[in-house]
Ligand binder design. Structure first.
Ligand SMILES: Cc1cc2nc3c(=O)[nH]c(=O)nc-3n(C[C@H](O)[C@H](O)[C@H](O)COP(=O)(O)O)c2cc1C
Length: 317
């Protein structure tokens, strides 16, 4: 019992007010309001991905989120697509505002603090972790190379954690390839104060991912993923981890358009090699689109509710 309380209450839970040390990764198209609120209501940190949202749209989204949960939540921004007005809205409405894929910036952290939220930065190296702390971040995410989606660094998670935990004093959330309760218990023993989970939540009941994408995850294991730059239309020169199968499919695809997606009622073509992942509203050759997946994919066995995924991941704590 002491063991359980020791690991369920961490620097992360104390700082954020969450009940369990689990954060939903920011995943555009996957993180519906239903998924973010389900994670928050289950005691974790539900996240909305603000990428490609206008400030007004984000504001409306966060108002709906508030109706669905009164528990702590956060908003994720990708630095290459940053909208400062949206950052101000996010920081005035949620507990945590977080950034990824750019060097930590003190002015952004100050802006987040000014509007009332905690600032977090997902990093991929010890150097970036130190910069994030120096920039005033309240917490960081250390992302190992096993992660699904875009990958910042080139170090395996446990090695990165040991370097980062020795170098900063702010709470560290571990990310990349985490899919089982054994891993969760092992990682918390290192001194990390929470786990950031992406791939497992793509197969949550509340996720926005296309069913064929989810099925491809269920059918795959860690060795079926690859780090590549194949899906670079819209965001060049950035490594990402996807299923090998979608790289093979897109490479043999003849034509420039793989399908169509629905952006708030407006139909848009999905270009061959686009960074856009297939959501439930996407049509066309789903198998040739960016099927992001971490090495945690082997733990994706069936569709479960977000609450079930969280209780499964934390059952050894
Ligand atoms: C589909 C997908 C989309 C992602 N998009 C983002 C993003 O927009 N912002 C971000 O900070 N991280 C993003 N990531 C990376 C996650 O934050 C996290 O590092 C990763 O999911 C952890 O590895 P896991 O997928 O094995 O759990 C994405 C990951 C996936 C799988």
């Amino acid at each position: 019992m002491v063991y359980r309380e020791f690991y369920l209450i961490t620097q992360f839970t104390k700082l954020t007010g969450c009940k369990v040390p689990v954060q939903l990764a920011g995943m555009p198209g996957v993180n519906t309001i239903e998924l973010a609120s389900a994670v928050s209501n289950a005691g974790g940190l539900g996240m909305i991905s603000a990428t490609h949202m206008t400030a007004d749209f984000l504001s409306d989204t966060l108002e709906i989120l508030k109706e669905k949960t009164s528990m702590p939540a956060g908003v994720n921004f990708l630095m290459p697509f940053l909208d400062l007005d949206a950052v101000k809205i996010a920081a005035s409405k949620v507990k945590v505002v977080e950034f990824f894929y750019g060097s930590p910036e003190a002015s952004l952290v100050e802006l987040v603090h000014h509007y009332g939220a905690l600032a977090c930065w997902q990093i991929g190296s010890k150097e970036e972790a130190v910069q994030a702390q120096a920039a005033g971040c309240d917490l960081i995410v250390a992302q190992g190379i096993q992660a699904g989606g875009h990958v910042r660094g080139d170090i395996e998670l446990m090695l990165l954690l040991s370097e980062v935990l020795d170098s900063v004093s702010i709470p560290v959330i571990a990310a990349g390839g985490i899919g089982t309760s054994n891993q969760v218990a092992e990682i918390l023993k290192t001194g990390a104060s929470a786990l950031r989970i992406g791939t497992r939540f793509i197969a949550a009941k509340e996720s926005g991912a296309h069913p064929k994408y989810v099925q491809a995850l269920i059918d795959s294991n860690a060795e079926d993923t690859i780090l590549t730059e194949t899906f670079s239309v819209g965001w060049p020169n950035a490594h990402h981890r996807v299923l090998k199968s979608c790289v093979e499919q897109v490479n043999s695809f003849k034509g420039d358009i793989v399908g169509e997606r629905d952006l708030g009622g407006e139909k848009k073509s999905v270009l061959k090699g686009s960074i856009a992942l297939p959501t439930k509203q996407t049509t066309g050759h789903i198998e040739a689109m960016a099927l992001y997946a971490g090495e945690s994919v082997g733990a994706v066995e069936e569709v479960k509710s977000a609450a079930e995924i969280i209780s499964e991941l934390t059952r050894e704590l």
